[in-house]
Design a protein around this ligand. Structure first.
Ligand code: ATP
Ligand code: MG
Length: 194
């Protein structure tokens, strides 16, 4: 039977428990063999702020996912030069394992931008899209082609990377918002201190 692979794309600056719960929930609900976390290269939607070096974001993602045998991390986006487009991510991962069935996991906020993504029609031929609930965003607000996207409710985690960065900058704790190893990595590398 074809392997079923989830793809969790993100800036992961830093990765937090909202990402991990979403990935775990979709893994279980869709009986995925694996969920691949794919940290972005220089993200085109975030060119307004400095994004941490790809290597730091990659390593935090590795640290956060290492203990889950079904989670892995891919470097395809950080090794491709230029901005990251989801269609390139899907093409690259499809090329690695052409027989696998791909499930692209995305939060409610990113889902509403899906139709503005590059090559939107091709996206739906490369993967199933799974939209997950995220506190503060309404899945019902997204107007998507019917049948192309599964919408599922995941345990609500009102956590964002933006809030984690702001907390670190203010000297507030991020314990229990991000995995312990990520707290330690942030402090070791002095990330987000401004
Ligand atoms: P930032 O605040 O920098 O935008 P973020 O917390 O939104 O960071 P991203 O790396 O932008 O994290 O998100 C990657 C993916 O994870 C997106 O599809 C996003 O919708 C989803 N996601 C992020 N946080 C949550 C959460 N708390 N619950 C569910 N999905 C989430
Ligand atoms: Mg985001």
């Amino acid at each position: 039977m074809a392997r079923r692979i989830g793809i969790m794309g993100g800036t992961f600056d830093p990765i937090h428990h909202g990402h991990l719960v979403a990935a775990s929930e979709v893994q279980a609900r869709f009986a995925l063999d694996e969920v691949v976390f794919v940290p972005t290269g220089q993200p085109w939607q975030k060119s307004d702020r400095e994004v941490s070096p790809a290597e730091d974001r990659y390593l935090m993602t590795v640290v956060a996912t290492a203990s889950n045998p079904r989670f892995s991390v891919s470097r395809v986006d950080i090794e491709r030069s230029g901005a990251t487009y989801t269609v390139d991510t899907l093409r690259d991962l499809h090329a690695v394992e052409p027989d696998a069935e791909l499930f692209f996991i995305t939060g409610a906020d990113a889902l509403s931008q899906i139709l503005s993504w590059r090559d939107a029609e091709e996206l739906f031929t490369l993967a199933h899209f799974v939209g997950v609930t995220r506190p503060g965003y309404d899945l019902a607000d997204t107007h998507l082609p019917t049948g192309s996207v599964s919408l599922i409710e995941v345990p609500a985690m009102a956590i964002s990377s933006t809030a984690c960065r702001e907390r670190v900058a203010k000297g507030e704790p991020v314990w229990y918002l991000v995995p312990d190893g990520v707290v330690q990595y942030i402090s070791k590398r002095g990330l987000y201190t401004g």
